[in-house]
Design a protein around this ligand. Structure first.
Ligand code: ZN
Length: 252
């Protein structure tokens, strides 16, 4: 059945490091009759056994078992946990680990997944940044901990900002727009402003001194690239979920 390679979004930037693996799943990889596509989220109305099989297949594409993944019960906050084991972490929107083989995983359908690697510090991090987390600077706070607690130098932090809702489509109300500097908003007559969430998260990393060339942005927009990506904004209750994972390899 699953004989074709699983379509994944890979970071070319992080792929240059042999001791780290990073990827983001897409909506593709299931049979055409699967109502939620290649869904990796439970409790959405999809069949649990199908979701489990998809997670196993996704993990395998990263050379992991499903049991190697560390998940967060994401709450759009700014709690960052340093973890050393796989499993599920309550009330968490970012994780850091120095433990090889622990696949730090973010679940999204429009929110921004940010994967960080600090080679000198031997640490990786995964961040879930929707507009609330972005307003609370969760990406900056996570990278700042890599610098302050793990001894990473800004010039030696590398980041992959995964596919998410883009400024082309991500409309927000005026109350949300007011939380962000005007430069991150695109306005057109008679419409709600559109917010550049990936751009703001990138800026949060630049503000710490992480060089431009160390930051890769996937660029695909979840809302309008319906063949490739899930979008809660577009599909609501019928939207599947994607995962993005970063892991330090054990064998290198
Ligand atoms: Zn778009």
């Amino acid at each position: 059945m699953a004989s074709l390679p699983l379509p994944l979004i890979r970071s070319l930037l992080l792929a240059q490091f042999p001791n780290v693996r990073a990827a983001q799943s897409t909506a593709q990889g299931e049979t055409p009759d699967a109502p939620f596509g290649f869904n990796l989220g439970y409790n959405l109305g999809d069949d649990d056994s199908r979701v489990t099989a998809n997670i196993v297949r996704y993990a395998a594409a990263l050379d992991l078992e499903a049991e190697d993944l560390a998940f967060m019960h994401q709450v759009h906050g700014d709690t960052i946990r340093v973890v050393s084991e796989p499993g599920a972490y309550e009330d968490t929107d970012a994780m850091i680990t120095t433990q090889p083989g622990v696949g730090l995983t973010v679940r999204t359908a429009d929110c921004v997944p940010v994967l960080l690697y600090a080679p000198g510090a031997g640490a990786v991090a995964a961040v879930h940044a929707g507009w609330r987390g972005t307003a609370e600077h969760i990406t900056r706070k996570t990278a700042a901990r890599l610098l302050a607690e793990f001894g990473a130098e800004p010039e030696a932090v590398f980041a992959f900002i995964g596919a998410a809702a883009g400024a082309c489509c991500y409309e927000v109300g005026n109350e949300v727009a007011a939380l962000f500097p005007e430069r991150w908003l695109q306005r057109s007559e008679g419409k709600n402003p559109r917010l550049d969430l990936p751009g703001i998260n990138r800026q949060q990393l630049l503000d710490l001194g992480i060089p431009e060339g160390n930051i890769e942005t996937a660029g695909q927009c979840s809302i309008h690239e319906s063949h490739l990506l899930f979008s809660f904004r577009r599909d609501g209750d019928r939207s599947g979920r994607m995962l993005a994972t970063i892991v330090l390899r054990e064998d290198v």
